[in-house]
Ligand binder design. Sequence first.
Ligand code: I6G
Length: 673
Amino acid sequence: MLEVAASIVAEVSKLRDEINHHNYLYHSLDSPELTDVEFDKLFRRLKSLEAEYPSAVTPDSPTQRVGAKPLEGFEQIRHELPMLSLDNAFNSNDLQDFDRRVIARLQDESQIEYACEPKIDGIAVSLLYEDGILVRGATRGDGTTGEDITHNVRTIESVPLKLMGTDYPGRLEVRGEIYIARSTFKSLNQQAEAEGEKPFANPRNAAAGSVRQLDARLTAKRKLTMFCYSVGLVERGELPLKHGEILQQLKLWGLRINPKLAIVQGAQACIDYYNRMQLDRDDLDYEIDGVVFKVNSIAQQTRLGILTRTPRWAIAHKFPAEEGVTELLDVEFQVGRTGAVTPVARLKPVKVGGVTISNATLHNMDEVGRLGVRIGDIVLLQRAGDVIPKIVGVEKKSENGKKILLPRKCPSCGSDVVQSQDEVIARCSGGLICQAQRQENIRHFASRLAMDIEGLGDKLVLQLVEAGLIKTAADLYDLSLTELVELERMAPKSANNLLAALEKSKDTTLPRFIYSLGIQEVGESTARSLAMHFGELEALLAADELSLQRVPDVGPIVAKKIARFFAQKSNQDVIEKMRRLGLHWPAIEVSAAADVLAGKIYVLTGTLNQMNRNDAKAKLQSLGAKVAGSVSKNTDCVVAGDAAGSKLVKAQELGILVMDEQALVDFLAEHNL
Ligand code: I6G
């Protein structure tokens, strides 16, 4: 009996190794050795053994890629090391400037070795391997916090569930780009059309939608793939000392890297690589929007360090925006959530970079004047990556072109449109009586980074507003099943799901709640600063402009907008209703924190690895410190990160307190920051 079990275990293990190996050859190296039929035979044998001996099933088995049960929602993941973004170069001069900056900072080098790769137009993600097993996949999110998409990442055949070999670090975070191949995208869209569904606009949108599916079975059908381009966290193990060699090592562990990786010397060779890639671009089975150059030596990368959120040792050289020419048929004015009235161009449909464009933004009336564009003109369009296309010029004037005029009344509610002296944007003065503003406001409230109300999409918001069921976001929490099922195309199951999602969203956080209110100029990061500073909503509501200005990142203009928002009775009523209907969040302990460093002057120098410099600055400021740019005898403390230079030396000469990054992290943690 025991012997049989041992032989089964051995067979199962051998089959898994074989399947993983052939998966790797097929999906990562693009050089299969088995026919599909031969591969399927191995796979079916493994499945049947696992069905017969369920105790032999392990989570890293290739049969276990797709979970059976959809998730209820996405968990937030805080990246242990922030996921940075890249600085951009838009031409050869920018690239040469970058190279000169690198040389100047390193002082001792005249020609730098660079690793070059295509920049995939996909979705940045992080994979975490513990003892070689994939334990987590997360989106980049805002670089600090992303979403847990492990269930979806597991379905991607080119992502190993278990690393090959044995010499990998105990904890290894691999970063890269998930995308959908052009060929796959084409067949997905053909299938969507055949089934009467709306096709995806482009491969990037299709990939983005697919990694954010709650049901991994749907993700698996989208046939995503991934190229790995760097590592994040590395613990209990060592990696090679050059970026290119690290990537080659990742490949040996079974991860997929871009075959176009090249190591070159100096800026001119980078420009040559860029030109080659621009020529090859259309022949690739994936979309790229430029190329990325990285200083190859990790020691040099460390010396160069990070500037806020972008490494000084890497740059993305973007391809120029794709352009097209078409006729401007009409201009309509759209009203946004803050009442901004924006001219939107309706165009004769035209293909730009493979995508059909029929709308483009004209930004504001100043831009319309600057371009001198009229309805009927032939215009020049630009489309860059995922950005909304814009009109950048007039190719040919129409003989009887019609002048574009800002409407005097809001196209949505008929209130006056006003243009104040101090901004170029015209606004509807209707406030919450304006249906368009209401709709946009509620859409923002429900959005992913705000209250994240699953299932409450744009169309449903429009339906609810049009049916008169909701006027403000607070009314969402008053909706009843009876009201919902009376809406067109609303089955009882969907209505119940929406009510459950609304219920779930009531349990939120103060930063999210503040962000969801849609106060002008208050994005996610300012909302977080406000929450950290005031700790509770009441204190924020009571704050005047001066006290608002004490919050990091809040200047006089933003403070005025925040104070004005909370002074409005209609906004107070909405907030009061939300709280009455059950929205709640834990208080944030600000303790006596706000004054702990009052009057102290801090200086940050060197590279911080556990947080970016802006975050460190904001946190010190929230404790009352002033953060200065240079060291003087008035400085109280210098926080010295890696490769700190002259400021550290000066601090030591002046006998000023110096703390390293870990001491800062510990100190902030003591104050709940
Ligand atoms: O967004 C990115 C695309 C490609 C990257 C990147 C990359 O390397 C080929 N590398 C880094 C380090 C970052 N973003 C931050």
